[in-house]
Design a protein around this ligand. Structure first.
Ligand SMILES: Cc1cc2nc3c(=O)[nH]c(=O)nc-3n(C[C@H](O)[C@H](O)[C@H](O)COP(=O)(O)O)c2cc1C
Length: 171
């Protein structure tokens, strides 16, 4: 029986989602991939570009993924919430890879509003319901990355992975 393979994929503009993704990948013994896009998003003008992309529901132009999500049993996709929506680079990643996901989980980092609508968008973009999802406030990550929400997310994911492994064993 082979070990289930897990991939953590994320975009981060200012590092908060990156910190959480790193912790999650460690907890799940997962491979990790950062989504990079070609838009300058630093500073006030960069912030404005993020907001406009979100309002227009516009996917970003992203660097092609290095790791193939179809090679993983579970792909965990993480985004910051921008203007109550999924970030434009994650929007692009989900659209480009929607036919390659076996199972997905979602996590998002937010200031205080809009995580629910971002999750709804992620589900529609991926064309799949997540096995679990986890929202964490940016302020919590700044206090310490291993939050209770992250620990219980990882616990639910581990149970799903054990179930997949058992199914494979019984075939
Ligand atoms: C353009 C922009 C729009 C944002 N809009 C929201 C929002 O609607 N609701 C919210 O709770 N946080 C919002 N935030 C805060 C981010 O979700 C939060 O700071 C997140 O941690 C950033 O992640 P990062 O450091 O990985 O880029 C916004 C941030 C940016 C840059």
């Amino acid at each position: 029986m082979s070990e289930p393979r897990v991939l953590v994929v994320f975009f981060s503009r200012t590092g908060t989602t990156r910190r959480l993704a790193g912790a999650l990948a460690g907890m799940m013994s997962a491979d990790i991939e950062e989504i990079c896009d070609f838009t300058e998003r630093r500073g006030a003008l960069g912030y404005l570009r993020c907001v406009i992309d979100s309002w227009r529901k516009r996917p970003a132009e992203i660097v092609p993924a290095g790791l193939d999500p179809s090679q993983y049993d579970l792909v965990l996709v993480g985004t910051p919430v921008w203007a109550g929506a999924v970030s434009a680079p994650v929007r692009a990643y989900l659209l480009q890879n929607r036919s390659r996901f076996r199972h997905v989980g979602f996590f998002c980092i937010f200031g205080g509003l809009g995580a629910g609508t971002a999750f709804d968008e992620m589900r529609a973009l991926a064309g799949k319901a997540p096995v679990a999802q986890c929202k964490v406030r940016a302020s919590q990550v700044q206090r310490g990355v291993r939050t209770t929400a992250l620990e219980s997310f990882a616990g639910v994911l581990e149970r799903h992975l054990a179930h997949y492994a058992a199914l494979e064993w019984s075939c």
